[in-house]
Design a protein around this ligand. Structure first.
Ligand code: ADP
Ligand code: MG
Length: 243
């Protein structure tokens, strides 16, 4: 069963008093169970800060984050059951691909047979079954990114957060990995939030997109709506709608 994610009235300020900077303002986004939501906006608009708040790596100044209806603000990251994939995939260099994928399961004391079954399932889903014995140093960039996703997926998290996972890959691989992520989401059905600064990526990947600028959601809608009915001239020019 997939979980819902409700981002409710989130404000975030860094610093105190006169020097404080408001980085997120009144963010309200409800993500349905199993949905794949895209958060797109220029660099510095607050995307990573919002993901950090969802994951529990930062606390909001105001507001609630509800996962499956439960407010998780104040709860430790490890208790939130969230997996995150970044652009830099910090794989364990001395462990095999299989052990990288199974690491979190071993930490949870999952029995070996069950763990191996899970690793095999995830590897098949990501088409890396033939790479399980290799070490990260023996993989291409795209293969490493798949292992990083496999590692996140193996835990069967309630939520999947992606922070510009493809921005270090070349253009061709990026297109391939987009399709892969889409397929993976369809196969796993895990509620996901995917952050990118790339308009093309946003428009091709998402069924619903939140367009952000300066810590404010400018528009939330389907790619079709955002393209054809941009909420303001800034959204129109950012997305490249005909004017
Ligand atoms: P994005 O991921 O969209 O590029 P970020 O969420 O990383 O944006 O950053 C949003 C804004 O918040 C930026 O102006 C950044 O400089 C600022 N910021 C991020 N983290 C901190 C911090 N720990 N202290 C102060 N300012 C921060
Ligand atoms: Mg960022």
């Amino acid at each position: 069963m997939a979980s819902s994610l409700e981002i409710c009235g989130i404000n975030k300020r860094f610093g105190k008093g006169d020097k404080s900077v408001e980085v997120l303002q009144k963010i309200d986004i409800h993500v349905a169970p199993g949905e794949f939501l895209i958060l797109v906006g220029p660099s510095g608009c607050g995307k990573s800060t919002l993901l950090s708040i969802i994951a529990g790596l930062a606390e909001p100044s105001e507001g609630e984050i509800r996962i499956a209806g439960k407010n998780v603000v104040g709860m430790a990251p490890r208790d939130r059951d969230i997996a995150m994939v970044f652009q830099s995939y910090a794989l364990y260099p001395t462990l095999s691909v299989a052990d990288n994928i199974g690491f979190a399961l071993e930490m949870r004391k999952m029995p070996k047979a069950e763990r191996q079954k899970r690793i095999a399932e995830v590897a098949a889903m990501l088409q890396i079954s033939h790479l399980l014995e290799r070490r990260p140093g023996q993989l291409s960039g795209g293969q490493r990114q798949r292992v990083a996703m496999g590692r996140a997926l193996a835990r069967q998290p309630q939520l999947f957060l992606f922070d510009e996972p493809l921005s270090n890959l070349d253009a061709k691989l990026r297109v391939e990995m987009r399709a892969e992520i889409k397929r993976l989401h369809q196969a796993s059905g895990i509620t996901s939030v995917y952050v990118t600064h790339d308009q093309v990526e946003a428009m091709t990947l998402g069924s619903r997109i939140a367009v952000m600028k300066g810590g404010v959601v400018q528009q939330l809608g389907s790619p079709h709506d955002i393209y054809n009915r941009p909420a303001n001239t800034w959204v129109a020019s950012f997305i490249g709608s005909p004017t």
